[in-house]
Design a protein around this ligand. Structure first.
Ligand code: URP
Ligand code: ZN
Ligand code: ZN
Length: 451
């Protein structure tokens, strides 16, 4: 064997147990009470530590052209930061150009990502154009291992309800999964115009122009189209109570509706937009009020939220400053790729959820929902994507300790209880006690299949 992790507690979504883990050629080949060391030269002592599957961040925007600029972590910086937070697979949104075949969208982004990715990666295609036969790209992408697609109901690249409906119909036909950013675009535009014309320009009015009902109505409408077409639907970055209730109801009725939330909605409320640095927290949907936050946590506990992902889309301070006097000019998005797994594991460590739940939300469920067959568990036959986690370390997040290229983090000063000490991606050590030790270009494209 190439490596043996000894004396740790393996935690999967299905349960926790003490075991040794044997690794060969990047795969987990043996899990047993005790594995004899033999001539293995790489033995890691995980006494007192948890041995976890690497996280899968199903929602990132790396080097994304957006808000008049490009998000500040490219595919290397973003995946480097991911590795240092225990994330071994990253899904990025490949945004289709108008007139572009979706398979070409994937190839265009893969050409940027493959040479530099430090951990494994895959793509969802963000659909803009389905005219002139481009809708058939959905089936073509399924065939090349990219079976998930996103539509935005907002922004200048948002789609109409009609396009959304067609995309769902096609997904149902070819076995794809559609994700949606659900907010009511008309209301956002109307409220934005109103507040700006009244001279209400601060970051607080980002929240006021996208309050709970702006997201809630769109969540319900999206679920309505999924029900009508019979297609599965995955709601990204769910942040409001009304949406949570709609998801719970649809699930109870037997519809295949999945919901993702993000750590920022679990930690912060809309109060952050009153802070001096409020613009740094501007993302869409915005953080909501306490009632929504409580509803999301409750939904996590009862299993109605399927995944936690980051929506990592950082911008530098000078770019956030463009909106100092006009909230609508603040590029939308925040950093979080390095914080998700530690944050959710910390929630487990302090007893808010179980470790099994944290692993389900951040690894096993995204692997299952997006069809990463080799990921999502510490079990024989899976890729050796493993995090060694020390539950005794307290770690206070500061931007200096992060591995992103962004010059600030909304997580500054937040303390998590417990922290990853090592991350392995397919058996290769990529993070070791505070240091990135991986390699540019090591990450491989993960071919996904929903069949
Ligand atoms: O503010 C955000 N979330 N920026 C990234 C794009 C998106 O909406 O997912
Ligand atoms: Zn979004
Ligand atoms: Zn996003």
């Amino acid at each position: 064997m190439d490596m043996i992790i000894k004396n740790g507690t393996v935690v999967n979504a299905s349960g926790a147990f003490k075991a040794d883990v044997g690794i060969e050629n990047g795969k987990i080949v043996c899990i047993a009470d005790s594995i004899s060391v033999g001539d293995c030269e790489n033995v890691v002592d995980a006494s007192g530590k948890l041995v976890l599957p690497g996280a899968i961040d199903a929602h990132t925007h790396l080097a994304m052209p957006f808000g008049g600029t490009v998000s500040s972590d490219d595919y290397f910086a973003g995946t480097r930061a991911a590795a240092c937070g225990g994330t071994t697979t990253v899904f990025d949104f490949a945004l289709q150009d108008f007139g572009e075949k979706m398979t070409d969208t994937v190839k265009r982004r893969d050409a940027l990502c493959a040479p530099v990715a430090a951990v494994d990666y895959s793509f969802h295609v963000a659909v803009k154009d389905v005219e002139n036969g481009l809708i058939n790209g959905i089936g073509e992408c399924v065939d090349i291992g990219v079976p998930s697609f996103k539509v935005f109901m907002v922004y200048d690249f948002g789609v109409t309800d009609g396009v959304f409906f067609q995309v769902l119909q096609k997904a149902k036909e070819v076995g794809a999964l559609i994700e949606v950013h659900a907010e009511n675009n008309e209301l956002v535009n109307t409220l934005t115009k109103k507040y700006l014309s009244e001279g209400n320009t601060s970051a607080w009015y980002h929240y006021m122009s996208r309050p709970e009902f702006v997201e809630g109505e769109a969540d319900e409408r999206a679920i309505q189209w999924a029900k009508a077409t019979g297609a599965p639907l995955y709601i990204v970055h769910l942040a409001d109570k009304q949406g949570v209730e709609a998801v719970t109801k649809a699930k109870d009725e037997g519809y295949e509706i999945y919901a993702e939330t993000c750590p920022q909605y679990l930690e912060f409320t809309s109060e952050v937009y009153k802070r001096e640095d409020g613009r740094n927290f501007v993302c869409s949907p915005p953080m909501k009020g306490k009632e929504s936050q409580v509803a999301i946590w409750e939904a996590i506990k009862r299993g109605d939220i399927d995944t936690v992902a980051t929506d990592h889309c950082p911008f530098q301070s000078y770019e956030k400053d463009w909106g100092k006097d006009d909230f609508s000019k603040i590029p939308n998005g925040c950093a979080g790729i390095e914080n998700m797994y530690p944050y959710m594991l910390s929630a487990a460590n302090i007893g808010r959820i179980s470790f099994e739940q944290a692993v389900a939300l951040c690894s096993a469920n995204p692997a299952r929902i997006f069809g990463c067959k080799d990921k999502g568990a510490v079990s024989v036959g899976k890729d050796a994507d493993i995090v060694i986690y020390d539950p005794t370390i307290d770690f206070t997040i500061t931007n200096e300790k992060m591995h992103s290229d962004c010059d600030h983090t909304i997580w500054e000063g937040v303390t998590v209880h417990g922290y990853p000490v090592q991350t392995y991606c397919r058996g290769k050590l990529v993070y070791d006690n505070g240091e990135f030790v991986g390699e540019k270009g090591y990450g491989k494209f993960v071919k996904c299949s929903l069949k």
